[in-house]
Design a protein around this ligand. Structure first.
Ligand SMILES: NC(=O)c1ccc[n+]([C@@H]2O[C@H](COP(=O)([O-])OP(=O)(O)OC[C@H]3O[C@@H](n4cnc5c(N)ncnc54)[C@H](O)[C@@H]3O)[C@@H](O)[C@H]2O)c1
Length: 365
C-alpha cells in the first residue's frame, strides 16, 4: 500500500460519508441508501463506483442535474411490465425502488420487465442483481450511460458509447448468488480516474488518445483533450464487447430510457443511466430445487478445472467481490490521498465542514 493511501476503518468511513451526504439535504433514508451503496462498492473492490463518485455527484447537484429526495415514478404499469422514470434522483434510491417494484411484480406474475429511464448514476449494477437474488429471483440488466461518450466502437477512433454495464444474477439457496457485473469497456472509466489520482499508468490496449492512437495515460479519459476507452475483447474480440455495449444502448437506452448516448451531454456533470431489467422467479418457470441442484453441480464442475499456470484459482463471478468485502470490512477501506482530498472538497462545496469529515474518518483535521 502506498504512503499516499489512507486506510479508513469501516465504522469511521460510514460516519464520515454520512456527514457528507447530509450536505445534499437528503432525508435520513436517502443518506443511508447513498452512503451504504457507495461504501459497499468500495468494500467489494470497485473503488471506481464508490465514494470517489461523490465529487461528481456534488458537482452535478450544484449544477441542478441531480435531484435529491426524488422517488421513482411509474409511467406505465402493465402488470408484468413497468416503465419507470428516475427524474434524475439519486440512483442509489431510484435503483432500489425500481428493483423493489420489479421484485413484487415478478413474485406475482412469475417475471417482470423493468424499463427504467432518467435515473442519476446507478452505481455498481451488481447491487441490483444482489437485491433480486436476495428475493430468490434471477435477473439480467442492460444499462446505458448518458454523459460524455467515453468508449470507442470496435474499429472506431473516437468515443460513441458509455461504459454500458451488463449484469446478471442467479440465486442459489444455501450458497452465495452468482453475480456477473462488468462494464463493456475493457476497464471501467472510474478505474482510469483512480489510476490518474494514484499517478499510475493503465495497462496497454485499454485506451486511445485524442487522435485515436493507443496510449497508457489515464488522463485521456479524465481531462481534455479526451480520447476513448476500448471495448472489452481486445484486437481479436473487441467486436464482442462493442456489440454488447451497443445492445446496452439499444435496450437500456433506446427501449427503456428513450435516449441514447448520442445526446450531447458533454458540458454537463450529471451522469444518467437507463436500465432494462428482466426478473424471473424460478418457482414460476421450473422446479427451483432441480434448477438450483443443476446450477450448483455445474458451478462445482467448473471450479474443479485444474488451475492454469499464472492463475491462483478458478473463480465464479461474485466471488472476488465477496472476498474483498470480507477483507476490507475487517481491515478498513483504502482511499488514495487525491481521492480523499477531492471528497473533502466536495463536502466543502455542499456546506459541510471538511475538518469534521476528516475527524470522523480519523484523519485529523
Ligand atoms: N452505473 C454505471 O454507469 C456503470 C458504468 C460502468 C460500470 N459500472 C460498474 O462498475 C463496476 C466495475 O466494472 P468492471 O468492468 O471494472 O468490473 P471487473 O472488470 O472487475 O469485472 C467484474 C466482474 O467479473 C467477475 N470477476 C472478476 N475477476 C474474476 C475472475 N478472476 N474470475 C471470474 N470472475 C471474475 C466479478 O465477480 C464481476 O462479476 C461494476 O459494478 C459495474 O456495474 C457502472
Amino acid at each position: 500500500m502506498s504512503d499516499n493511501t489512507h486506510v479508513i476503518p469501516l465504522e469511521r468511513l460510514n460516519h464520515a460519508i454520512r456527514l457528507l451526504v447530509r450536505g445534499f439535504g437528503s432525508s435520513e433514508g436517502e443518506v443511508e441508501a447513498v452512503a451504504s451503496n457507495l461504501i459497499d462498492a468500495n468494500l467489494t473492490g470497485h473503488d471506481s463506483h464508490g465514494i470517489g463518485m461523490l465529487p461528481r455527484y456534488a458537482a452535478a447537484f450544484l449544477e441542478g442535474g441531480l435531484k435529491p429526495n426524488t422517488h421513482v415514478k411509474v409511467q406505465l404499469d402493465a402488470g408484468a411490465m413497468l416503465r419507470l422514470d428516475g427524474d434524475a434522483g439519486f440512483g442509489q434510491v431510484i435503483g432500489h425502488e425500481a428493483m423493489a417494484l420489479g421484485i413484487e411484480r415478478a413474485k406475482a406474475h412469475g417475471s417482470c420487465i423493468v424499463a427504467l429511464g432518467n435515473s442519476h448514476h446507478l452505481g455498481r449494477i451488481g447491487a441490483w442483481a444482489e437485491q433480486a437474488a436476495a428475493a430468490g429471483l434471477v435477473s439480467m440488466h442492460f444499462v446505458n450511460v448518458i454523459s460524455r461518450a467515453i468508449v470507442a466502437p470496435h474499429g472506431g477512433a473516437d468515443a460513441r458509447f458509455g461504459t454500458n454495464p451488463f449484469c446478471a444474477g442467479v440465486p442459489m439457496t444455501g450458497r452465495d448468488p452468482v453475480i456477473l457485473d462488468f462494464a463493456t469497456s475493457v476497464i471501467a472509466q472510474g478505474k482510469t480516474r483512480v489510476a490518474m489520482n494514484k499517478g499510475e499508468l493503465v495497462a496497454p490496449e485499454c485506451l486511445l488518445d485524442n487522435t485515436g492512437r493507443p496510449t497508457c495515460e489515464p488522463r485521456y479519459t479524465v481531462v481534455p483533450p479526451f480520447g476513448a476507452l476500448l471495448p472489452f475483447g481486445g484486437a481479436l474480440g473487441g467486436h464482442k464487447g462493442s456489440g454488447l455495449a451497443f445492445m446496452c444502448e439499444l435496450l437500456g437506452g433506446a427501449l427503456a430510457a428513450g435516449a441514447t448516448q448520442r445526446s450531447d451531454e458533454s458540458s454537463k456533470k450529471r451522469v444518467l443511466n437507463g436500465m432494462f431489467s428482466v426478473l424471473v422467479d424460478p418457482d414460476a418457470l421450473t422446479d427451483r430445487a432441480a434448477f438450483e441442484a443443476e446450477a450448483l453441480a455445474f458451478t462445482d464442475w467448473v471450479k474443479a478445472s485444474p488451475v492454469r499456470e499464472g492463475f491462483d484459482d478458478v473463480l465464479i463471478a461474485g466471488e472476488p467481490e465477496r472476498a474483498r468485502r470480507a477483507q476490507r470490512t475487517a481491515q478498513g477501506v483504502p482511499v488514495d490521498a487525491t481521492t480523499w482530498r477531492e471528497i473533502t472538497e466536495a463536502a466543502a462545496s455542499l456546506g459541510v465542514d471538511p475538518a469534521e469529515v476528516n475527524r470522523a474518518a480519523g484523519l485529523g483535521g
